[in-house]
Design a protein around this ligand. Structure first.
Ligand code: TXA
Ligand code: MG
Length: 376
C-alpha cells in the first residue's frame, strides 16, 4: 500500500450544535463536489465516500483504502429517483426500496452508462442503497451528487463502527472524517442482486434472507463456503481476506453449555473468549434450569477482564459476553479490533444458529475464522 499522506480534517459531530453541524455538512459537501474523500457514519458501518460519478474521485477511494480496483463500490443515495444511476427499476426493486429504504439493504441493478466503470469494477451492474443515518443523508444532499462508499477501513481489516477506528485507519489518507456514535447495526448492508432472472442474496445483513423470501418468493443464496475451488464469488469483494485480526480466530459450535464449558476448560494464555446468547442458549439454560457458571459480575457487556486463577490482575484470558445476537452483531468488528489492541493470541467465539441476523453474523465470523470451526 502506498504511503502517501494528506491533511485530514476530523470532526466529532457529537460535540457540535445544530448550526455548527450544518456548517460541517456544507464544507464536507464541497469536498465531495471537488472530487475529495469524506469518511461518514452510516447505520451499518462507517463509509469512505467520494463522488460516484467522477472517475478520479473514485480512484481516490481505492488509493486511500489500499483496495484492489476490480472490487465494485456501493452507491449511496438520498433520493428514491435512481435515474442516471440504474438502467431501470423493476417492480421487485421498487417493493424493496419502499419497504427497507432508508436502511441496511443494497440492491444490485443494471447500471446506467453514465456511472463510470471505475465505480462498478467494470461490471454492467451497480449496487445502490439509501443509508438510514441523518449525517449520511445530509452529506449526500449537501454534495449534490451520489456517493460511492466502501467500508472505511484499510483493506482487509474489520469494518469500522466507531469514529476512533476510522481515524486509526484513515487519518492522513482522506480529506475529512465525520464522527458520530457507534454504528447501530454493526454489520455491512444486505446485498440482493435483482439484475438476473431470480433474485440472489450476495451478502447477508440486517435485512434477513427470511424477510427477502417472504417479500420476493424465490431467493437464491449460495454461502461462500459452498463455492468450489476457483468458482468466482458473485460479489467480488467476497474473495478477499476479510475481517481477520492478527490472532487466530476459532468458532466453537455446539450447545451453549458445552461450548462455554469447553472454552473455560481448554483456553490457554492470551485467549479472548466470546459468548453469545442466542435462542439456542436460552433454551439450553431453560432446560437445565441453571446459569452458565460464570460469575455474573464478569459477564456484563463488552468489558475485557481476566478469568480464572489470576483474575483481573494479569489479564491472561478475557471474556466478552454478548446478551443477544443483535448486540454481538453491533460489536463484533470492534471486538476483533480490541483483540489486536490487547495482543490476544487467540479468539474463541461461540457459534450461533444461522437464521435471521445469525446467518449474517456467522457469515462474517466464518471469514474471520477462515472457516475454522470446532464442534464440541
Ligand atoms: O453497509 C454497507 O454496505 C457499507 C456502508 C458504508 O454502506 N458499505 C460496504 O461497502 O460494505 P464494501 O465496499 O465494503 O462492500 C461492498 C460489497 C463488496 O463485496 C462488493 O464486491 C459488492 O458489495 N458489490 C458492489 N457492487 C456490486 C455489483 N455491482 N455486483 C456485485 N457485487 C457488488
Ligand atoms: Mg468492506
Amino acid at each position: 500500500m502506498d504511503n502517501f499522506r494528506i491533511e485530514t480534517r476530523c470532526f466529532d459531530l457529537t460535540t457540535l450544535d445544530e448550526t455548527q453541524q450544518q456548517q460541517v455538512f456544507a464544507e464536507a459537501g464541497e469536498v465531495i463536489q471537488k472530487g475529495g474523500t469524506v469518511v461518514f457514519p452510516t447505520e451499518t458501518v462507517y463509509g469512505l465516500g467520494a463522488d460516484a460519478m467522477k472517475t478520479e474521485a473514485v480512484q481516490a477511494i481505492y488509493r486511500a483504502k489500499g483496495r484492489p480496483s476490480d472490487n465494485p463500490l456501493i452507491i449511496h443515495v438520498a433520493d428514491f429517483d435512481l435515474s442516471g444511476i440504474v438502467a431501470e427499476v423493476p417492480p421487485q426493486a421498487e417493493l424493496l426500496m419502499k419497504k427497507y429504504w432508508p436502511g441496511p439493504l443494497t440492491i444490485i441493478l443494471k447500471k446506467d452508462p453514465r456511472v463510470p466503470s471505475e465505480t462498478t469494477g467494470s461490471l454492467d451492474t451497480v449496487g445502490v442503497r439509501m443509508p438510514d443515518q441523518p449525517v449520511a443523508l445530509a452529506l449526500i444532499k449537501a454534495s449534490g451528487t451520489v456517493i460511492a462508499a466502501p467500508s472505511a477501513n484499510i483493506s482487509g481489516r474489520p469494518s469500522p463502527t466507531t469514529f476512533q477506528r476510522c481515524r486509526e485507519d484513515l487519518d492522513g489518507r482522506v480529506d475529512m472524517i465525520l464522527g458520530m456514535d457507534q454504528s447501530r447495526v454493526g454489520l455491512e448492508s444486505t446485498i440482493i442482486d435483482l439484475s438476473g432472472q431470480i433474485p440472489e442474496l450476495l451478502r447477508p445483513g440486517a435485512v434477513t434472507l427470511e424477510e427477502l423470501r417472504e417479500d420476493l418468493g424465490e431467493v437464491i443464496y449460495r454461502p461462500s463456503e459452498s463455492l468450489k475451488g476457483d468458482e468466482a464469488p458473485r460479489a467480488p469483494g467476497m474473495k478477499y481476506r476479510h475481517y481477520a485480526p492478527q490472532a487466530a480466530v476459532t468458532l466453537i459450535k455446539g450447545s451453549s453449555m458445552k461450548v462455554r464449558d469447553y472454552m473455560r476448560k481448554e483456553q490457554t494464555k492470551g485467549t479472548l473468549l466470546v459468548f453469545i446468547d442466542s435462542e439456542n442458549y436460552d433454551q439450553q439454560i431453560r432446560q437445565a434450569g441453571t446459569t452458565d457458571g460464570v460469575n455474573s459480575q464478569n459477564i456484563i457487556g463488552e468489558r475485557l477482564m481476566g478469568l480464572g486463577a489470576n483474575d483481573s490482575s494479569e489479564q491472561d484470558v478475557w471474556l466478552i459476553h454478548f446478551k443477544s445476537v443483535e448486540e454481538a452483531a453491533r460489536r463484533i468488528f470492534e471486538t476483533l479490533r480490541k483483540a489486536d489492541d490487547q495482543d490476544a493470541q487467540a479468539v474463541w467465539i461461540e457459534a450461533v444458529p444461522e437464521t435471521g441476523l445469525g446467518l449474517s453474523l456467522m457469515n462474517r465470523l466464518k471469514k474471520a475464522a477462515a472457516y475454522e470451526i470446532r464442534e464440541v
